[in-house]
Design a protein around this ligand. Structure first.
Ligand code: SF4
Ligand code: SF4
Length: 101
């Protein structure tokens, strides 16, 4: 079993929302500096532990909660982040339509 990430990039675009991320990852606007233009992680194989749900669980949580519970918490966080990203995209479209950008 492994965490089913759809590579939407919503977590990588909102790293300021979590205190778990190292501030050095922020390129200045809350987006991780390692996120590529095609929405992938440029350091995927060496990405921080916090970016790897399975490795994080295996290193820190195996004796604290079932894997399924940790996945559930992460899927819920993913959905919140996706929803924020959708809202922010809608706001940008609205501002562009109004001629603000
Ligand atoms: S928000 Fe969740 S599904 Fe999207 S890239 Fe991050 S971990 Fe994967
Ligand atoms: S290091 Fe990679 S996986 Fe982690 S937030 Fe940055 S782009 Fe996303």
């Amino acid at each position: 079993m492994s965490f089913d990430c759809d590579r939407c990039g919503a977590c990588c675009r909102n790293i300021r929302l979590s205190t778990f991320y190292d501030k050095d990852l922020d390129r200045g606007d809350g987006v991780c500096k390692h996120l590529t233009a095609d929405n992938l992680c440029a350091i995927y194989k060496e990405r921080p532990l916090i970016c790897n749900v399975d490795a994080y669980y295996e290193k820190l949580l195996t004796d604290k909660m079932p894997r399924e519970d940790f996945y559930k918490l992460n899927y819920e966080a993913c959905e919140r982040l996706k929803s924020l990203t959708r809202q922010s995209n809608r706001d940008i479209v609205k501002r562009v339509k109004l001629g603000a950008e």
